[in-house]
Design a protein around this ligand. Sequence first.
Ligand code: PLP
Length: 502
Amino acid sequence: MTTYDELPDSAHSPPALSPIEISLESDEPLYRQLRRALEHQILSGVLNPDVALPSSRALSHELGLSRNTVNAAIQELVATGLIEARPRSGHFINTTLLNNGSKKLDRARLSDGSIDWESKIRAIPDRNLPEITKTKNWQSYPYPFVAGQVDPDEFPRLAWARALRTAMDPEHLPFSVRDAIDEDDPLLTELLCHRVLPSRGIHVSPENVLITAGSQQGLDLLAQLLVGPDTTVGVEDPGYVDAKHAFTRVGGQLVPLSVDAQGMVPPWKPLDIVYVTPSHHSPTNVTLDPSRRLQLLTRMRETNSLIIEDDYDSEFRYRGKPTPALKALPHSDHVIYLGSFSKFLAPGLRLGYIVAEPELIERMRTHRRYSIRHVPGHTQRAMALLIDSGQFHRTISRRRTQLRKKWETLTSALEEHLPWAVPFPAGGVSVWIQAPPQLNCRELAEECLRRGVVIEPGDPFFLSPEDNLNFFRLGFAAIDLDSIEPGVLLLSEAIASLLDHD
Ligand SMILES: Cc1ncc(COP(=O)(O)O)c(C=O)c1O
């Protein structure tokens, strides 16, 4: 294998660097322009897949960009799987992905580029918001501390297969295959009301419930119906990135609300909507303090404002009991509650729900009708059968036990091997780590990938990412228990190598 720097000068062929044009005038962030340019060169076959890409130092020197900008572009390409980091050799084009995608590539070549799509596609106002970069091929790394994924081996596949098959029995079949127009599966909403929501302290009837394709669709529906160009939306800072996109895409004005060890600080000035993750704040996992909950509820009620409560992983608390939802408190009509099956079972099922006042539920139902109609009936009925059989609750409790073990292993390995101390709130499916200010965690993520460890840089969770480069997140739902400690050791080596350079 040849690295870029080992090649004779003549082999450092100009196509790698010279055609890249970066405009300082463009609205598009520099790192995205660079990422697009590199992506174009890779897909159009200009770059030699047997030769390492130029190092970030070389690119930054050649293009007059900062190392951070270049690293952010490279990081995104790694996350898409288009390039991969090879230990001690640099970044290479992922030829497996390219070959699998060669049909797509041929089609791309058929286009003569005569359509100016930029002028045809409506401008969406979230262009400048950071995006979480996900390492899509995380399963090929030995130490995947990815967030938002689960270990496929822990999915109750036999129980789910049984539920899917039963959902095809004559009494269930019509609900599995019908076009329900704007309706949900009545068995699922009934069971949610009687067997799932009460454990969060919520007692409602089916007219209060809408089934969604995951909480993300819930956020999108709420944004479409409640947020417009003048709507102020308070968001936790740091906070869940994809919620900020949903609100900004429809023109909402984001107002950052800071987060400390008691959770989000309630807003002092009136806001139209506040989006909050009270059980385990995303991404720090702190639980919103009871007095802050009351303050928030009272203030938002006084100003006739709405609260969107995202309760995405409430059950995963490893010490003490889960706190009841905000929606469970008295006078919480103005709280709209989002639940998800992604963390309990699997995000790929795309199943979640909204609990709100019937008037809002009906309006969202109509809106959903004109996009996806409804979540697939077969999935809804299978989920209902899983809950009804008791398997759903058994799965949650098994999952909680597995995650508790992983959480304990991870936090004690971090206590032992991290060169600084970190507080670990006892809940959630990831840990959030603040590093010393001089440690750039985008570079750390790259350094880790070279060692087979996937971590998530934390800066995109902030509204001003460039000022917050010293944070990262370790998800622990997908990695297996035995890989946690060796993964943390490699992480600590990567940290030491970067801190030593300073
Ligand atoms: C805080 C938070 N809310 C919502 C979601 C979306 O979940 P779903 O898979 O149900 O769309 C996620 C996913 O990671 C999340 O972290």
